[in-house]
Design a protein around this ligand. Sequence first.
Ligand code: FPP
Length: 234
Amino acid sequence: MKVQKERGEIAYPRHIAVIMDGNGRWAKKRLLPRGAGHRAGLKRMIELTEHAFLSGAQYLTLYALSTENLQRPKEELDGLYALFRDYFSEHVEKLVKKDIRLRVIGDISLLPEDIVSLIRDGEGRTAEGKRGLLILAIAYGARQEIVSAVNQAVRAGEEVDEEKFSSLLYTEGVPAPDLLIRTGKEKRLSNFLLWQSAYSELYFSDKMFPDFKCADFDKAVSDYLARDRRYGKV
Ligand code: FPP
């Protein structure tokens, strides 16, 4: 992606995070079951992942399922689990070929055991990926992540500084997101990367996730590139 930058202060966002919201409403508008919305969302997710890494992102974090989403009706969760199974069993080979490493963050012990095995297998098979890191947040909740980090520090009996604390989070070793995009019209973070997004630039799109095309993604990046990141300084 070519973006003209007048002042040249900000480079292409190294780390982009996306809250993929709106699958359900996308389906409802078409009189389809919610599962059809998630299937369309997965198709879009695969397309945007490819696009983001080709365009210059090095880290892409996608919010696929929150801990709160686990309270959804069994039928919807079963549909999502079926998509996870398809993705982790069939798509991982493509990530290997594209030299992309996969990491899943969240409390995956809350997921069916066979999916946990597929995730571990996918992470192992892509471990040598050098072109970029794809982070899927599944059964993820930022508050739980923070509480778990606090408990780790307490158990170790040591005071922590910001750097040490960051290393106790699921995102250990990953720079904070530069740009955080949320699709689906809502303007909130919904328990996503609360610590990590302290200075992320936020971008909200009214489009439902399955309608959020590569051109929309580029628009979000262009908007980001025109911003002035001061990190609280003048
Ligand atoms: C939020 O939309 C979206 C989800 C809860 C699921 C997102 C999942 C995918 C895009 C597929 C992920 C697949 C893999 C393999 C990671 P919503 O259902 O809350 O939509 P609504 O707000 O319109 O109801």
